[in-house]
Design a protein around this ligand. Structure first.
Ligand code: NAD
Length: 361
């Protein structure tokens, strides 16, 4: 199926960047639907700023900028999306809001049109359930920032048709992205594998005297581009804790969020975004060592290399469960971890690493 016009609902961090990516790579009209007219005006200003900055620094030619600006429009009316062949939803992570949007879209779009959600954690099947086109519904999980991150998870439900998956795969690959196909399970693939790794790192802070700096350094020595605590500070600990809750609900005890994550949220240590997380970024504040001493007074000595090995072991075991459950095929798991979370080179991915370390054959 040809995609000649795309709608994007939600012009936030993800939505407006996905719109720019599509206009730039596919040269088709993209309409961004925002919650009200002020937000639509603000969204188009962000889009124009993107092009103006890159015209200024020579990244785009004048013709590219003019074309990009002409192709992308923003609106507060669903009516402007009714002739779209594909609509990608990227609004606030809230099931009720998203379901209402999909129900409205389902009623106005042509029968052939495909609906996709960029949700990080909500069930695609439940989002699709309020529409009469669950066969034309899938998850299209871009990573942040969508223009730079090469990976997209294409999330299927049992009802998503083969044709819909093929159309979305072709379309997304034509944006220059690598697709991995994933089942509709909590956390999909990449977040499901990342969480046990991060959660295990956090548990080491509670049980041993190891510091975030020591564990981060050991992770980088093992080939990770950034350590788990700095990564959590960059992603946002409030966002990470919300995803951790979704996984705990989905998988039970083995994904139980560490107590320190909860304490970080209670103490408003959200990470880089508010200047204080596992690290002190810009502001003055209580060092993490004080919080740990106060809440976990009986910590034993620890070995940072062993901690990182245990974190990777938990990830590898979860990857093996994904194979057994048919969540994704082996190749997609390895590619997803290389492109989505920069799993250290030289092992293939968590499954290869698990085999090297004798966890499974
Ligand atoms: P955001 O808060 O930056 O943007 C959400 C946008 O949705 C806002 O601009 C808001 O005005 C708009 N919105 C809310 N209700 C609306 C409505 N009824 N109609 C139209 N627009 C509406 O959020 P974000 O970070 O861009 O995340 C959007 C989605 O992408 C979420 O589902 C999130 O889980 C997912 N996601 C986010 C990231 C990330 O790192 N930020 C990564 C992958 C996926």
């Amino acid at each position: 199926m040809d995609i000649n016009k795309v709608g994007v609902v939600g012009g936030g961090i993800m939505g407006h960047n996905i719109a720019i990516l599509i206009a730039r790579e596919r040269k088709v009209p993209v309409v961004i639907k925002e919650a009200n007219s002020d937000l639509a005006v603000a969204t188009i200003a962000k889009v124009h700023a993107h092009f103006d900055v890159r015209l200024g620094n020579g990244k785009y030619s004048r013709a590219e900028v003019e074309m990009g600006k002409a192709l992308i429009t923003a609106t507060d009316s669903f009516d402007d999306l009714k002739d779209a062949d594909l609509v990608i939803e990227a609004v606030t992570e809230n099931m009720a809001i998203k379901k209402e949007i999909f129900s409205t879209l389902d009623a106005i779009l042509a029968p052939h049109a495909i609906l996709a959600s960029n949700t990080s954690s909500l069930s695609i099947a439940e989002l699709a359930s309020g529409t009469k086109r669950p066969d034309k519904f899938a998850g299209l999980h871009f990573f942040n920032p969508p223009m730079k991150m090469p990976l997209v998870e294409l999330v299927r439900t049992p009802q998503t048709s083969k044709e819909t998956l093929e159309t979305l795969q072709n379309f997304t690959e034509s944006l220059g992205k690598t697709i991995i196909r994933v089942a509709d399970v909590p956390g999909f693939l990449v977040n499901r594998l990342l969480l046990p790794y991060l959660n295990t790192a956090a548990k080491f802070l509670e049980t041993t005297a190891l510091t975030p700096e020591q564990i981060d350094e050991a992770a980088m020595n093992a080939g990770w581009p950034v350590g788990p605590f700095l990564l959590m500070d960059f992603v946002g600990i409030d966002v990470g804790a919300a995803v951790a809750e979704v996984l705990y609900k989905g998988y039970g005890e083995r994904m139980k969020p560490s107590e320190i994550l909860r304490l970080m949220v209670v103490n408003k240590r959200f990470g880089k975004k508010n200047g204080i997380g596992f690290y002190l970024h810009e502001t003055e504040g209580t060092p993490i060592a004080d919080l740990l001493k106060q809440n976990f007074p009986n910590r034993a000595n620890g070995n940072a290399d062993e901690a990182v090995k245990t974190m990777m072991l938990e990830m590898a075991l979860e990857a093996k469960r994904c194979v057994t459950e048919g969540v994704a095929d082996e190749n997609d798991i390895e590619i997803g971890c290389a492109l989505g979370i920069h799993f250290p080179d030289g092992h293939g991915g968590p499954l290869g690493w698990g085999r090297e370390n004798g966890l499974f054959s």
